[in-house]
Ligand binder design. Sequence first.
Ligand code: UDP
Length: 357
Amino acid sequence: MKIATIIGARPQFIKAAVVSRYIRENNNNDIKEIIVHTGQHYDTNMSDIFFEQMDIPKPDYCLNINELTHGAMTGKMLERIEEVLLKIKPDLVLVYGDTNTTLAGALAARKLHIKLAHVEAGLRSFNMKMPEEINRILTDRISDYLFCPTNQAVKNLENEGFKNFDTKIIKSGDVMLDAAIYYSEKAVKPDFEIKDKFILCTIHRAENTDDLKKLQSIFNALSNINKDYQIILPLHPRTKNIINKNNINYNADNILITEPVGYLEMIYLLKNCSLVMTDSGGLQKEAFFFKKQCLTMRDETEWVELVENNFNIVVGSDEKNILDGFDNIFKVRPNFDIDLYGKGDAGKNIIEGIKNN
Ligand code: UDP
């Protein structure tokens, strides 16, 4: 069977690394994977380092499509992915997550009547202003295989009537857990100064970066948080550009802004931090995998089970709410021994699910 994997953004490299490894190690050559990199994320820190550190095979096709508006980017990707699919004629296309790459890959496959599998299906924020929510909903609706990381994701699809559609809904567990387990012992200490007590922070969601008031409010909160904690903020290039262009103020004495780090450095930071503060989807779960609590600087989350079980507080972008969240989060010390994301065998469940259905 020939599988075309379409990836292009940082979280997709991590997810695809897991499935790709399973294919290489377990399939006696009965699956051939062809990797197509759209180029949505393209520089060393956001792309190359993941291929190196996670041992992802070099992409067979690099489309170099980036730095465009949503419509232009998705449109160009659709056109170029179609060309590639016509050439390689795969039996199945595999897409991950919720980026423009995901949607373009899904549309290209579906219109060519190629079987389509979506990994991380069924997630919903119920916020239609999020570009990711649009990408998720549309990709789910046209997929043949929907691999769900959580029970809630399965429920979301059922609530939207997916049982009436000709699709296979399979709860695979979360590939990010497979990655966390596999790479945990390979963690690498980053080469910047890390204090004993620190908070790991990331900010890149459009809803925060594209609203300067929200962004400044988040930086005010980070600047005013308990000074016993150093804040380590590996910054997404988009956020960095916006901060520099708009003179967003922050207290550089306790906030260390760094370039984005590799996945192995990220694991080191996750293992050693006191708390995670983020608007990332992936990092909320990784905090849980490494038994850390998390403040989510968004108005809602797809990972509701983390909130229900007191691992995560959704604090939005308001300075006071964030600081209140910080004051409250350690009042509850939840028990992390609970199975929310499967057993770390999602890669296997995805490939065997495709082979057996
Ligand atoms: N990540 C990383 N280095 C960084 C920031 C994030 O390796 O500097 C990893 C992070 O651990 C997670 C993934 O990238 O596995 C999440 O990507 P991101 O936050 O960009 O996307 P989201 O999960 O919000 O879609």
